[in-house]
Design a binder for this molecule. Sequence first.
Ligand code: SAH
Length: 251
Amino acid sequence: MKVYFIGAGPGDPELITIKGARLIGEATVVIYAGSLVPERVLEHASDDAVIMNSASMNLDEVCAVYNEYRDSDITIARVHTGDPSIYGAIGEQIAYLREEGIPFQVIPGVSSFQASAAVLEQELTLPSVSQSVILSRISGRTPTPEKEDLALLAKAQATMILFLSIGMAKEVEEKLLKEYPPKTPVAIVYRASWPDQKVFRGTLDELAKITEDNSLTRQALIFVGEVLNNEFELSKLYDASFTHGYRKGNA
Ligand code: SAH
C-alpha cells in the first residue's frame, strides 16, 4: 500500500498536475479535503474507487483508513487543495505514516497564491521593489509563533500574501499599518480560478472596509506590497548589456 498526498490545485480542474490526475485515477481509495477541493478533480477517480470526504473525519479516522489497507497492494490518493505543503496539515499524517513504516509520496500542486498571482497578472518579485515573498497568516484559532507576529514580518515591507486571514481583515490592517505606509496597494483574490472568482483592489488603509463591504469571510487571499503598483527598474536578466551563462551582453 502506498499513500499519495496530491495537490489538487486551487479550483480550476485543469490546474492539477498530470501526475496527480493519473494517481487519483489509479487509486482504490480517494480521500479529499472537503469544500475546497473541486468535485471535478474527483472525476479522475475510477468508477469503483471508494471516495471519502475528510471534512467530517479527524486525524485518527484518516489514519485508521491508512492502517486498514496497509497490508494490501492498493494506493490511496489523499487529495489536498492547492499545494499540500501550504497549510495542508500533511505534517501530522506524514509523522503517522513514518512511524508505521507505511510508504508515501507527496505530489505538488498549484497553490492558490500562485493562481491568484496569475489572476492579478502580477510578478511578485519586481527588481528594486521586493525580492522576497512572505506567505503567512494572522494568528487565529491556530496560533502563530509570537516571533512571526504580522507586525514583525511586516518590517521588511516585502510582498506579503496572507492565507486564512480574510475573516480578520481589521486585525491584519492594524498590524500591517505599523510598518507599511497606509497607501500601500493591496489586492484580495476570492476563489481564484473558480467560476465565481473575484478580485478587489485598494490600499492597506481600506483593507477592512473592502472586506466588509463585499462580505468576504473565507476562501480569499490578501496580497500586500508595493509590487502591486508595478513601478520598477527593468530586470537585469533581460537587459541587453547584461552577460550571463546563456547570453553575452552587448556592453
Ligand atoms: N494548500 C492550500 C491552502 C490551504 S489553506 C494552497 O496551497 O492554496 C486554505 C486557505 O487558502 C483559504 O483560507 C484561502 O486563504 C486560501 N485559498 C485556497 N484556495 C483558494 C482560492 N481558490 N482562491 C483564494 N484563496 C484560496
